[in-house]
Design a protein around this ligand. Structure first.
Ligand SMILES: NC(=O)c1ccc[n+]([C@@H]2O[C@H](COP(=O)([O-])OP(=O)(O)OC[C@H]3O[C@@H](n4cnc5c(N)ncnc54)[C@H](OP(=O)(O)O)[C@@H]3O)[C@@H](O)[C@H]2O)c1
Length: 286
């Protein structure tokens, strides 16, 4: 496998961080493009300040790179004026393979920002691979952490729908393999999911077992959920509406499809939700 310099945007994020670690562990040259905050990476990982909304940060991020991992930060909706021009700059600088982080179902939603990014990449003279994951297990250690720690509950309007929970470490490791191997994944679409689709009731039960205390699943209707998010959390309205859409899809059974893509690319099964809960248990104990 020839060594290539890979640039990872969103390097401090749920997927970017394990992706950078996986590339570094394989001995692949990696440049972590960090928006804010400190680098938590080992000294052999090059870091650079990067902002999709600030063109001056782009040349030093893309210089000499062959591969690029691009995500859409959740608050950036106007991808045409931010992410598309950054991609153009990367390709003009010599990047030959772009891996996009998208979302399962994006292919059927042309107005979704993720799909707009995918289509832009497909229209450029560059090899591309789309990674469209299922629902992140790390939402439980991120978005839902405060509710679990303070009130022993998860509140989402997902009814009894099942979701194909995937560990973002598996997504990062899959993306690392794709970026390391490069153009043999040209025009491929991967949909990493966990091993099984689980309801929030089952998830709350697994967390209860692992944490040895009762975690409840409260399944409000949309209106009560919006009221709860507005009054009891700091999330902005855009995020709340996105969360309503996401969990309505779960409730309707539209997020339950499980794939073999982690095993196909990595040669091992995806992590289970119980493994994830055991690895992250301290997050909900503090
Ligand atoms: N949550 C789910 O279940 C789920 C499922 C499928 C797909 N997705 C998609 O996954 C993506 C998010 O991935 P993630 O969870 O790995 O990310 P994340 O943890 O939400 O982190 C976002 C990253 O983007 C960086 N960032 C923010 N503003 C930026 C800017 N202006 N320029 C450059 N970087 C910026 C952040 O850096 P700082 O923190 O330093 O600002 C951070 O590293 C979204 O597009 C989401 O729709 C999510």
């Amino acid at each position: 496998m020839p060594n290539r310099l890979i640039v990872v945007t969103g390097a401090n994020g749920n997927v970017g961080a394990p992706l950078v670690d996986a590339l570094a562990e394989q001995g692949i040259s990696v440049r972590a493009a960090i928006h804010g905050g400190e680098s938590a990476f080992t000294a052999d990982v090059e870091t650079v300040h990067f902002d999709f909304t600030d063109r001056q940060t782009w040349p030093s991020a893309f210089r000499d790179a062959q591969g690029l991992f691009v995500l859409r930060p959740p608050h950036l909706s106007n991808v045409e004026t931010t992410i598309h021009p950054a991609l153009d700059a990367a390709i003009a600088a010599g990047v030959g393979h772009v891996v996009t982080l998208s979302v399962m179902g994006a292919g059927a939603n042309p107005f979704l920002p993720h799909r707009r990014i995918e289509k832009h990449v497909e229209s450029q003279p560059v090899a591309w691979t789309h990674v469209r994951p299922g629902l992140y297990m790390q939402n439980l250690s991120g978005t839902h952490r405060a509710g679990i720690c303070k009130h022993d509950e998860i509140i989402v309007p997902a009814g009894e729908g099942r979701a194909n929970w995937v560990d973002t470490r598996d997504i990062g490791e899959l993306a690392a393999m794709v970026l390391a191997e490069g153009a043999e994944h040209d025009k491929c679409i991967y949909e990493p999911t966990g091993p099984e689709a689980l309801t929030y009731h089952t998830v709350a039960g697994i967390l209860s077992d692992v944490l040895d205390r009762k975690i409840q699943y409260d399944r409000p209707g949309l209106w009560r959920y919006v009221q709860h998010m507005r009054c009891d959390t700091n999330f902005d309205l855009g995020f709340i509406l996105f969360s309503c859409l996401l969990h309505t899809l779960v409730r309707l059974g539209r997020s339950s499809r499980v794939t073999d893509d982690v095993k196909t690319v990595l040669g091992r099964p995806p992590r289970s939700l119980r493994e994830f809960a055991q690895d992250y248990a301290d997050v909900w104990r503090s």
